[in-house]
Design a binder for this molecule. Structure first.
Ligand code: PLP
Length: 392
């Protein structure tokens, strides 16, 4: 059976060039980067090479890149690193975030709330986008940190991060601005010296950009001091203790170089065209099918994602039916205490629980082909029709 992977927002395959770059760092150049001998120094040089590659992708300084174990750790470090010192001293501190963040942010924010932080969770509009006016109105004199994701993992909705960060700094230049860019990195250009110059902290995960799971980055703007999450050695300029994951870091560097080439050759537009082919094909053939998120506007949605709502169809049943036919899709429902809860992102956008339960995410990767999309355009409408006929 042909397997068609349309779940790249869950994870991406590691590219062969990335595997090739990592390979020597397990068996040949396996030294500990903190060792002064030759083997250690080779590992150290590889880390610094990767850091420089990543800094080029983000247009920032290499010193501002901290390697972590993934998006979750980067998000935790950003939020705890800024707010813990206030809470430890029992000083008031407000975090402004949104209802549609990944749980790495939502649950960290709730934990900070339990420790005494003031937290506001802003709701997005019906398209899954934060309105700048509502954002401005939610800023408070005690706001210390803002955390708003760049592109949503379920809908692909791109937030006006440059604009929101400008508004926050105009309100109070001391406010720090964090963005979870896990679903934006390597899909959209991120320029920390240009459009994102007001962003102070930015999270990235390796396994959403063709590097391995368990690798990530937190960009920390020069001059910022965060309370560390991990206590131990002086690695990463005291910002992240623990012997570095050298092969993983090398992979991140190589993945950043490949992403830069991919974006420079406008392959993001080709990917968006392929996504649009899939989306418009499904909208045309499935009655009552509609898009969740900013429809039809390439600038406002990441190029690989479509989130579709099907009338009278249970997305979980559809997901299983598609899997049996070789198509891997995703949906935002979370399994909590044995029951499947509808996606918090779609509920935050104002969908009913039933509408959210009828929604499926299809996310393409750089390796998705036109043939695969055309095959999916045969399989998905037939699977939906079959589920509808069974329900009658
Ligand atoms: N943030 C977003 C928006 C994500 O989509 C994910 C993963 O799905 C994460 C954070 C967590 O990243 P990681 O899996 O690397 O911990």
């Amino acid at each position: 059976m042909q397997r068609i992977y349309l779940d790249a927002n869950a994870t991406t395959p590691v590219l062969p060039q990335v595997v090739d770059a990592m390979r020597p760092f397990w068996m040949e150049s396996f030294g500990n980067p903190s060792s002064t001998h030759h083997a250690g120094q080779r590992a150290r040089a590889a880390i610094e090479h990767a850091r420089a590659s990543f800094a080029r992708l983000l247009n920032c300084s290499a010193k501002e890149i901290v390697f972590t174990s993934g998006g979750t750790e980067s998000d935790n470090l950003a939020l705890n690193g800024v707010l813990s010192p206030f809470l430890d001293k029992r000083q008031p501190a407000h975090l402004l975030t949104t209802e549609m963040e990944h749980h790495a942010i939502l649950y960290t924010a709730q934990a900070l709330q339990r420790r005494g932080a003031g937290v506001t969770f802003l709701a997005p509009n019906r398209e899954g986008v934060i309105e700048p006016e509502e954002f401005r109105a939610a800023l408070r004199p005690d706001t210390e940190l803002v955390s708003i994701m760049y592109a949503n993992n379920e809908t692909g909705a791109v937030q006006p991060i440059g604009k929101l960060a400008r508004i926050a700094k105009a309100y109070n230049p001391a406010i720090l601005f964090h963005t979870d860019a896990v679903q934006a990195a390597a899909k959209l250009p991120l320029d920390l010296s240009g459009a994102l110059k007001n962003v102070d902290l930015l999270s990235i995960s390796g396994h959403k950009m063709y590097a391995p799971q368990g690798t990530g980055i937190l960009f920390i703007r020069n001059g910022l001091h965060l309370a560390p999450l991990l206590h131990g050695g002086p690695q990463e300029r005291q910002r992240r203790a623990g012997t570095e994951n050298v092969p993983g870091i090398v992979a991140l560097g190589r993945a950043a170089e490949l992403a830069q080439e991919w974006l420079a050759s406008h392959q993001d537009r080709e990917l968006a065209a392929l996504r649009d082919r899939l989306e418009s094909g499904l909208l045309a053939t499935i009655p009552g099918c509609s898009v969740n998120g900013p429809a039809g506007d390439a600038e406002r949605r990441s190029p690989n994602t479509t989130n579709l709502r099907f009338e009278d169809v249970d997305a979980e049943a559809l997901l299983i039916a598609l899997d049996l036919q070789g198509i891997a899709a995703g949906f935002g429902a979370a399994c909590q205490s044995g029951a499947t809860e509808p996606s918090h992102v779609l509920l935050a956008m104002g969908l009913t629980a039933q509408e959210a339960r009828g929604s499926l995410r299809l996310s393409l990767s750089r390796l998705t082909t036109r043939d695969e999309v055309d095959r999916a355009l045969e399989i998905i409408p037939a699977a939906v029709a079959r589920l509808l006929s069974l329900a009658q």
